[in-house]
Design a protein around this ligand. Structure first.
Ligand SMILES: Cc1cc2nc3c(=O)[nH]c(=O)nc-3n(C[C@H](O)[C@H](O)[C@H](O)COP(=O)(O)OP(=O)(O)OC[C@H]3O[C@@H](n4cnc5c(N)ncnc54)[C@H](O)[C@@H]3O)c2cc1C
Length: 424
């Protein structure tokens, strides 16, 4: 029996949790959204802002693990593991390697497509309803390769893209210059992906979605959840400031911190913090019109309302170690390969933690044996893209409606045999 107005507690006010809260309240649930930070301050604040429908490829694929030692030695490389974190990250890297087998990659892509096919419609809906449309641009994205060899390495992705019907187009030099006069690519190759969109202030979009949920009656609890327990009748929570809550449903959208919550319910998944950085160039001295991503140098330039955001990189360093802002400076160095004179009035740096699972898929759906606890975390590189879709799916599960996609590939059960091996 579904209650007419179930009480749902959502832990985490990032793009995922805020979207869950909004969808739930719109369907008539009583909602409490809890976070010790204001909405949109975690990874959802400083990301590259891209709604990347065609980004369906897992980071692990045949041969990917072989690149890791080279990246470790390159201070400007796309991936860095702090030496002190090398040992703790080994189990995750092992599962990452296993997720990269060819047949598993095909399964992951198929699952990711089922989510990604919804993301534009879900953004259309949530932005229209929350008044955030002006914060989105639909201009596509330009992908750069420094050499033909780099492009050839990604050939398998283009073959997949063709089969999946994701449009892309190779740009001539003149076409690239017409779109982005400031970009210098030398002998490189440029590709245009027309379906990509971007948000010019992802933190503000998240805050707006949360605010819209509050306007519709959701409650805000500025606190941190310390303990949770659940049984067939409902869930109980205790916060750091000593408040206790009872509810019918619990939605765990705590991003990279989600293991601390599910751990109390007997679960642990190989969730790791894959840190990323940005340098925000305020009042840049040149104009970039589209998101521009370098597949060779692993850097993304996104035009935003506060300036040009230069973001990317992957650092494995654990949850609580201090940021290493040399990573953000390396991003600027890589960006200046394409825009040598890039500068601005002020450059600020930021670090955020992507909640990353080895197979690049999020965990969506109930905890086995605990049907009133729903997982909505682990979106890795694509949480901004998939937040509103996740919110809609979670709200449908609460109201016992068909979520519209097969949730089996996203089930926490896929980590059954890995749960104990991982330490964070
Ligand atoms: C450099 C960078 C670039 C990126 N670019 C893109 C991009 O272009 N497109 C894209 O789709 N994605 C991108 N991402 C990924 C995206 O930002 C994340 O996947 C997404 O923000 C995750 O959202 P979330 O709501 O799960 O987590 P978060 O935004 O981190 O929110 C989790 C929240 O949970 C709260 N919390 C945790 N534990 C508790 C607790 N016990 N009690 C109360 N609250 C708690 C935290 O305080 C936090 O506010 C990028 C990420 C980075 C780092």
């Amino acid at each position: 029996m579904v209650k007419k107005r179930p009480h749902c507690v959502v832990i985490g006010a990032g793009i995922v949790g805020s979207s869950c809260a909004w969808h739930l309240v719109m369907k008539g649930a009583k909602v409490t959204l809890i976070d010790s930070e204001r909405p949109g301050q975690g990874a959802s604040f400083g990301n590259a802002g891209c709604i990347c429908k065609s980004a369906v490829f897992p980071f692990s694929h045949p041969g990917a693990i072989r690149k890791v030692p080279g990246w470790l030695l390159d201070p400007h490389g796309p991936m860095r593991i702090r030496w002190s974190y090398l040992l703790p990250s080994m189990p995750w890297l092992y599962h990452f390697w296993r997720a990269g087998k060819a047949n598993r990659v095909a399964q992951i892509v198929r699952a990711q497509v089922t989510l990604m096919n919804n993301v534009i419609d879900d953004y259309d809906h949530i932005l229209a309803e929350t008044g955030g449309e002006a914060l989105r641009k639909s201009r596509g994205m330009i992908l750069l390769y420094d050499t033909a060899k780099d492009f050839a390495r990604d050939q398998w992705k283009y073959e997949f893209r063709e089969r999946l019907g994701f449009p892309w187009q190779r740009l001539t030099r003149d076409e690239l210059t017409a779109l982005e006069p400031c970009i210098h690519l030398g002998e490189g190759i440029a590709v245009f992906e027309p379906e990509w969109q971007h948000l010019i202030d992802p933190g503000a979009v998240t805050q707006r979605i949360a605010d819209a949920a509050f306007e519709r009656g959701a409650s805000w609890l500025h606190d941190r959840v310390r303990t949770v327990s659940a049984n067939a009748d409902g869930v109980s929570l205790l916060t750091e400031s000593g408040r206790s809550l009872e509810a019918d449903w619990l939605v765990i959208a705590a991003g990279v911190w989600s293991n601390a919550v599910i751990g109390q319910l007997g679960y642990k998944v190989p969730l790791i913090s894959k840190r990323g950085y940005h340098s925000m160039v305020a009042k840049p001295n040149l104009e970039i019109h589209h998101p521009i991503m370098s597949a060779s140098r692993h850097v993304l330039l996104t035009p935003m309302r506060a300036g040009l955001r230069v973001s990317g990189t992957a650092e494995f360093a654990g949850l609580d170690t201090k940021p290493d802002y040399r990573r953000a400076k390396s991003l600027m160095q890589n960006a200046r390969y394409y825009v040598p004179d890039l500068d601005g009035e002020e450059i600020t740096e930021w670090m955020g933690q992507r909640p990353m699972l080895p197979d690049s898929l999020p965990v969506l759906g109930p905890l086995p044996g605990q049907q009133n606890v729903l997982c909505a975390f682990g979106h890795g590189h694509y949480g901004l893209t998939q937040g509103p879709t996740t919110g809609r799916i979670i709200s449908k599960l609460v109201f016992a409606e068909d979520p519209g996609i097969d949730l089996l590939p996203f089930s926490i059960s896929r980590f059954r045999n890995q749960a104990k091996a991982i330490s964070q």
